[in-house]
Design a binder for this molecule. Structure first.
Ligand code: ADP
Ligand code: MN
Ligand code: MN
Ligand code: MN
Ligand code: MN
Length: 360
């Protein structure tokens, strides 16, 4: 333990009386960044109904103009705080204007309306595979040589050893922090590009998917801060022969999960085929521009211009896992969302196309 950690330990161990520290977390105006600020509560909240609404300066987060800058934070989901420990909480919030209309960056609100329409009948489950890349604070990939490049891709995916697994401590601390917080993290793995990793969250029912993934991202940024390292969700952090980063989205409903559900999966795929362009437009926060760099058709991705689907095909837009094809029921995987997608936007689009069966 270095001296700063020992000092921090001392302060964290000070008695806090009945007080509870709440850290409110929200998505900023970029639609990608997260912000947080903390407050004291006199007693431990039991659920989100106990949590007060709060304000922040939207002109400093790209969410309002200075002359009318107060924005409201509406608590929507509460987690245990793995940094300050029990009874302290992390509180995910929706951002609304003073008129109580959702902020432009608030895609949870409309997503929730869509999911409310299908939840009783379909019980949609989602699981998202969040890929990310570790960087030094200088923006250079973590542990990559200062000059030149690491050895070509090949040994890194699920690799072990100091010459191929860069940043495992961070990954393991994040995993543990997620479990403590109450995130339904289902696993982690080292990715194909060195210093690139993945964690999976799910299955989650409905809107919980977005809430859980956003808080898991916050935890990752916060753990990385402790290590003096940066996590980026840029879908193509290194140009050239290096894999990009996605956020594969796995989907099922009560119909796809039951016997013979494969027919419902195939039906959903045909719906998705017809709306490929619309989905690509919302699978990253820049109308498809970010995914253009990633979905080249090389490096285990489909081309951004084509829609394809297949069993066990990791070069397709949509993959039906081998075991699902064997069992003839289960879920499918949409491999197109970029690592920096807004999960609320992605699952909303999937629900509209595959569950509400909207057509243009
Ligand atoms: P891959 O083989 O694509 O790398 P992973 O193991 O990384 O798969 O991720 C699989 C994801 O699928 C997990 O997030 C998991 O929660 C999710 N998942 C599993 N079963 C279902 C289901 N029935 N419906 C939706 N998502 C599911
Ligand atoms: Mn102030
Ligand atoms: Mn995976
Ligand atoms: Mn992966
Ligand atoms: Mn996958």
């Amino acid at each position: 333990m270095d001296w700063s950690q020992a000092v921090r330990q001392h302060y964290l161990s000070l008695a806090r009386g009945d007080h509870c520290q709440l850290t409110y977390v929200w998505i900023d105006g970029s639609g990608e960044g997260l912000r947080s600020k903390s407050r004291t509560m006199d007693s431990e909240p039991n659920s989100i109904v106990d949590l007060p609404e709060w304000e922040f300066d939207g002109s400093s987060t790209g969410q309002a103009v200075g002359s009318n800058s107060d924005m409201l934070l509406i608590p929507v989901s509460m987690f245990r705080d793995p940094f300050l420990l029990d009874p302290n909480k992390l509180v995910l919030c929706e951002v609304v204007k003073h008129t109580r209309e959702p902020a432009e960056s608030n895609h949870r609100n409309s997503c929730n309306k869509v999911l409310e329409m299908v939840k009783e009948e379909l019980h949609p489950w989602f699981g998202m595979e969040q890929e990310y890349t570790l960087l030094g604070v200088d923006g250079h990939p973590y542990s990559w040589p200062r000059l030149g490049f690491p050895k070509p891709q090949g040994p890194y995916y699920c690799g072990v050893g100091a010459d191929r697994a860069f940043g495992r401590d961070i990954v393991e601390c994040h995993f543990k922090a997620c479990l403590y917080a109450g995130i339904k993290i289902s696993g982690t793995n080292a990715e194909v590009m060195p210093s690139q990793w993945e964690f999976q969250v799910g299955p989650c029912e409905g809107i919980e998917m977005g809430d859980q993934l956003w808080m898991a991202r916050f935890l990752l940024h916060r753990v990385c801060e402790d290590f003096g390292v940066v996590a980026t969700f840029d879908p193509k952090p290194m140009e050239g022969d290096w894999n990009g980063a996605g956020c594969h989205t796995n989907v099922s409903t009560v119909h796809t999960r039951k016997e013979g559900g494969i027919e419902h999966i195939e039906h959903a795929i045909e719906k998705l085929r017809k709306r490929h362009v619309e989905h690509i437009r919302v699978y990253d926060p820049h109308g498809g521009e970010d995914n253009k760099r990633r979905l080249t058709g090389l490096h285990e991705t489909s081309s951004i211009h084509d829609f394809s689907a297949g069993v066990a095909d990791r070069g397709a837009s949509i993959r039906i896992p081998r075991l699902v094809a064997q069992d003839k029921c289960g879920y499918f995987e949409d491999r197109r969302p970029a690592a920096n997608c807004d999960p609320y936007v992605v699952i909303c689009a999937i629900a509209r196309t595959c569950m509400l069966e909207e057509e243009d």
